[in-house]
Design a protein around this ligand. Structure first.
Ligand code: SF4
Length: 399
């Protein structure tokens, strides 16, 4: 018996206008509109806030949240599920739960029970090839919000696999996007991948390329980050670089150059074109937010930076890393983290991107007297109303 054919929505559900008011009420902020109109500056009493010129919801997140609301409206009376978090922002995920959208990652849910009457929304960072096939085979109606910038990375990784290049993916091995991207490499029998987190891991792989090395130690070091059956002696002979779209752009570019140089050292300049490829797959929204915070810190000298976003949001963690290099920085999830003018809850910059067990409380974060200059930005999954509430809270402490 053949499987039921899934219905897949990729370009909206003709409900955009119907949900526009609801979305604006849930996520917009009149205060933020005013701050934008005032050259991204807010002044009240002794408080001056400089807001980065690019911050908050990116085009991919905007679209994913929009489609989720459209799906709820388009299929009343049917169960509507998300495969997991739609984006890495607890406020947005909780709002969707309150709209009646169920999360397959929540306790008690079971994806095996899904069938043709169920609607499943795929998140902005995509799902693995296997998960997509399973939901399709179950005949679910699919609302695919995978961002075009993620699809662009997949296209490059699939091409690497077709051409016999191992995809070296600069990303976080447990991040949904990186898992989905890595799965694309396995669409072809000769497809291989290796996920590396940072320069330090890139350096280990580059050393292996130059000189070979201890194969067993290599496999142990990168266990869980390699395609099945990975053989470094065979699979590092032709490599192509790609990255999770939300990594630190400067680091991704540097890693690409490290691999180019290692391949040149090993095989010579003439062989480079046939053994090494690279595409910059950082998305433009991530790049713009990183550039904007760099520009803010070049032109202003705030006493501190606040970076707002989910603790498991990769792009937010990277914005905090950029800021922390220049100024005292606090990565906060929401306005509730601002406990008082003295105490703040925050994720230590550089801690693993995870939601659990990493928050700490610091004291003396806000200067008690005189003018206070605060730099502010927010990750690509943080809605404007949260940014606006943070400014209001700051104002209340500096009155
Ligand atoms: S961060 Fe970039 S890739 Fe991710 S959803 Fe936003 S625009 Fe798309």
């Amino acid at each position: 018996m053949s499987s039921p054919q899934p219905l897949i929505f990729r370009k909206g559900l003709d409900m955009k206008e119907a949900v526009a008011g609801e979305l604006a009420a849930a996520y917009d902020s009149a205060l933020i509109d005013r701050v934008r109109a005032s050259d991204f500056q807010f002044t009240s009493g002794r408080l001056i806030v400089h807001l980065a010129r690019e911050f908050g919801f990116c085009y991919g997140v905007d679209r994913a949240v929009d489609y989720a609301y459209q799906a709820r409206r388009r299929f009343p009376g049917r169960n509507v599920f998300l495969t997991g978090e739609i984006i890495h922002n607890p406020y947005v995920n909780d709002r969707l739960r309150s709209e009646g959208i169920r999360f397959l990652s929540d306790p008690g849910e079971n994806a095996d029970r899904l069938g043709k009457d169920d609607v499943v929304i795929l998140p902005a960072f995509g799902v693995t090839v296997r998960e997509m096939a399973r939901l399709s085979n179950q005949g679910c109606t699919l609302v695919d919000t995978t961002c075009g910038s993620v699809l662009n990375v997949w296209k490059n990784v699939v091409r690497y696999a077709q051409d016999g290049f191992t995809a070296i993916i600069h990303g976080k091995v447990k991040h949904e996007e990186t898992r989905a991207t890595a799965s694309q490499a396995l669409k072809y029998p000769q497809g291989r991948y290796l996920v590396i987190l940072d320069r330090a891991e890139a350096a280990i792989v580059c050393d292996y390329i130059r000189t070979d090395g201890d194969r067993a130690a290599f496999l142990e070091r990168f266990e869980g980050a390699l395609s099945p059956g990975f053989d470094p002696d065979r699979d590092l002979q032709r490599v192509g670089c790609a990255n999770q779209t939300t990594m630190l752009m400067s680091e991704s570019l540097e890693i690409g150059e490290m691999f180019r140089s290692a391949m040149r050292d090993r095989y010579g300049e003439a062989a480079l074109a046939s053994r090494f490829r690279a595409f910059d797959t950082i998305c433009s929204a991530t790049q713009e937010r990183q550039d904007a915070v760099i520009a803010l810190l070049e032109h202003q000298t705030p006493d501190l930076m606040l970076v707002i976003g989910g603790y498991n949001s990769s792009n937010t963690c990277n914005l905090a890393r950029i800021c922390a290099d220049k100024v005292r920085t606090y990565h906060i999830a929401d306005p509730e983290c601002l406990l008082s003018g003295d105490e703040i809850r925050h994720r230590p910059v550089g801690a693993p991107s995870t939601t659990s067990g990493i928050e700490e409380t610091s004291r003396g974060w806000l200067p008690p007297n005189g003018t206070v200059v605060v730099g502010l930005t927010a990750g690509a999954s943080t809605p404007n109303n949260i940014v606006g509430e943070v400014i209001r809270k700051l104002e209340s402490f500096c009155g």
